[in-house]
Write a new protein. Sequence first.
Lengths: 296, 253
Amino acid sequence: MHIQARERIDGLVRSLIKATGLIVISILGGIFFMLLWNTVSFFIHVSPLDFITGTQWNPTGRHATYGILPLLVSTCLVTLGAMAIAIPLGIGTAAFMSEYAGKRLKNILKPAVEMLAAVPSVAIGFLGIVALGPGIARLTQLSNGLNALNGAILLSVMSLPTIITVAEDAINGVPATYKEASLGIGATKWQTLTRVTIPAAAPGIVAAIMLGVGRAIGETMTVLMATGNAASFPKGFFDSVRTITATIAIEMGEVPYQTTHYYSLFAIAGILFLLTLVVNMAGEYFVNKFRKFHSA
Amino acid sequence: MNSEHIKLAARNVDLWFGAKHVLKQVNAAFPQNEVTALIGPSGCGKSTLLRSFNRMHDLVPDVRIEGKLLLEEQDLYDKKASVTQLRKRIGMVFQKPNPFPKSIYENITYGLKINGVPAGQHKEIVERSLKESFIWDEVKDDLDKPAMRLSGGQQQRLCIARTVALRPEVILMDEPCSALDPLSTLKIEELIIKLKEEYTIVIVTHNMQQAQRVADKTYFLYLGEVIENGPTASIFNDPKQQLTKNYVTGHFG
């Protein structure tokens, strides 16, 4: 091929790649500005202070109130509960898979975990209603088991594949020389795992946890189905809750456009966005902090 | 010469990785307070032999060892022997410097902690072992800095300090200078010669000059067998076997 033709193709491809990049960035920017625009519209009607400190979410009542606290607390409650279950379980499984399990067991476990990620969230929500809910109700003597605990357990199952896969990669990525060094001075396998391997894999493990948190905060369908959706202020894990995501999903379909209620849903979406942003930034901060000791 | 005390020994050792016969009827004896070099071309089994002394092969599946490996008449592969206890008595310095991704101070105290040395003694032992490894003057003001920030030669001396901090009886060194520049190599060699006053040292090396500079005795291995052994000078200057002669004069390997 002629040199000119080759150069022309090179130039063409370069602008094509540039265009794809720009499209993605502009989509992101567009979403962000839509959120911001509508949130600002909302704050013209309702004061931000009332929004943040209000303990009642009742946009359809005669005296509409837009307090995000019950929704925010619901989201945090369910996410924290999910992480309390998923983090130890996920890291434990990851450590087991990469350090203890034999080759054959690992070859079964790994696809099994990946398959777990492929279960649709609506199916998991279904399980929450028909299996987990009645179980919780029986154990706690409540009238039904659709509450924060139910949502937390389901979300932990959903975030497990992410946490396990990323954490296992991180633990596997720790150079064998570290383990040899530790074993070589008389450490047991357990000491090596907890004091050398896991700390060395910490950036990856923190990333795994953050991805898991992100998965749990943003999940909609499962919590919508399994947590009962009472927008009152939750007092504990056995109360029915309604998360930010579920609220948007429930109300967005029926709300008249360009009303305060309509704008309010963008405002809570904005808060959700901020929440995810903070989680990601915290993750990034910890990753950098740990990385310092790795390569100077 | 006959009065010398044999610290570490291999008797009729055979080792297989799967179906591959890597060590064949190896016999070796390493006298106390001497440096013994293991030399031979790549793949001759010298590193494998070295690593079998502190049971690093335990990590590898499909490995089979026959014969006896002894530390002061104690069978290293005795079912009742504690591997961790044994690795404390037989320290190892690896080919590539492998400090932990922790601070310099913690690199030393890690081994102390897991072996139950009281915290009150840590500071003193850190200083002593860093001094013994000739690195104290270079790092004494940066003990809380990441060990990864040190140069390769400093890292390797830190790894040696980490090993001597536990007061092992034997130190195994697997090509400790292969990743280092000549100046760092020289420092490590000086250190090895100093260390033999207290420890028994076995060193695997590809560097003939290094073997001649540091080792009292030398073993030449080829294809998993010990071909010849004896005082370093006689191995290099007056080898009995043709193979040894070819290797030490650089005809192959």
